[in-house]
Design a protein around this ligand. Structure first.
Ligand SMILES: Nc1ncnc2c1ncn2[C@@H]1O[C@H](COP(=O)(O)OP(=O)(O)OP(=O)(O)O)[C@@H](O)[C@H]1O
Ligand SMILES: [Mg+2]
Length: 288
């Protein structure tokens, strides 16, 4: 089970996110990025965040720690913004929290370097979860303390919106040419041999066990939350088989030109890191 905390203060909306996540303080004095059950994207977004987030962590990718946050909608009563107030009012009960990485900056493939090994692991993982939300336009990765962190898996596992077609959908190829890390020559074969053997039914069920029952209850076609958890595990396990062969690599045709110092940077060690003194390219976004 995820750690449970209670929200004590709504600090500010993170307007960059389409689902209007918010920065929230909790009773353990921690700061969390909170994603709300009442958001338009629905509770399956939160289910995807938990299963994929736990899986990323177990496979060794860096991802902010997850928690379940209990929200008393009364916290929203004093909010001046009606959109925020509406979101808080409709999200009473359990919501999802991620540890806030204070001072993190948004990853930009034109400004930062990632090794082929690390890029391969992220691309293979995204192929496994059918993540279409890590393009160079919207990388959904952060740099924090010199390392690359993955966030935002809410749009993954598209097949859970239509369970009847899940097996067929999970067998489909994954085109990684638009991926934010496509330009770093991802070593997908290396990633597959390191990660695929770890993706067992047991591991997947452990990840699915962290989803609160209340987000899985009353799923049409399933008797109870545990049956839904088994369906996630089965589908992901099927998808992992021979996945490497179904990943198409390439580079996005419309990626803007890299800054002039890119070729020099490529000669450096490939650990991801921000470079002090470099001017920010267009599209640079700081996380708040
Ligand atoms: N754990 C974190 N620590 C610091 N900043 C974060 C964290 N999680 C998210 N952010 C910031 O908040 C923004 C929105 O978060 P996220 O991408 O998860 O939301 P979303 O609504 O799902 O976004 P999208 O518009 O991509 O669907 C991120 O781009 C990032 O700047
Ligand atoms: Mg996002």
């Amino acid at each position: 089970m995820l750690t449970e905390v209670s929200a004590t203060r709504y600090v500010t909306p993170l307007r960059e996110g389409g689902s209007l996540p918010g920065l929230v303080e909790a009773d353990d004095l921690g700061l969390y990025v909170m994603k709300f059950t009442g958001a338009g994207q629905g509770r399956k977004t939160l289910v995807a965040e938990v299963i994929c987030g736990r899986l990323a962590d177990r496979l060794g990718l860096r991802i902010p720690g997850l928690a379940q946050i209990r929200l008393d909608p009364v916290i929203g009563l004093g909010e001046p913004d009606p959109e925020v107030q509406g979101l808080l009012k409709s999200s009473g009960g359990l919501n999802l929290g991620m540890e806030f990485l204070s001072g993190a900056i948004g990853f930009d493939p034109l400004a930062h370097e990632v090794s082929a090994e690390e890029a391969g692991r992220v691309v293979w993982f995204d192929a496994l979860i059918n993540n279409v939300d890590r393009s160079w336009r919207n990388p959904n990765m952060l740099l924090w303390q010199g390392d690359l962190w993955v966030i935002d898996h809410g749009a993954s596992m598209i097949w859970h919106h239509n369970w009847r077609g899940a097996a067929t959908s999970a067998a489909k190829p994954y085109d990684a040419s638009d991926h934010a890390l496509a330009v770093f020559g991802p070593d997908v074969a290396g990633a597959a041999s390191a990660l695929a053997p770890q993706v067992s039914e047991e591991l997947l069920l452990e990840c699915a066990a962290d989803v609160p029952d209340v987000w899985l209850a009353d799923e049409p076609g399933f008797a109870d939350p545990d049956e839904v958890r088994r369906a996630y595990a089965t589908t992901l396990l099927t998808r992992a088989q021979g996945l490497e062969q179904r990943i198409t690599l390439g580079t996005p045709a419309d990626l803007p030109k890299a800054p002039a110092d890119r070729s020099a940077a490529q000669a450096e060690p490939s650990k991801s890191s921000g470079r002090a003194g470099q001017s920010a390219p267009a599209g640079w976004r700081e996380s708040r």
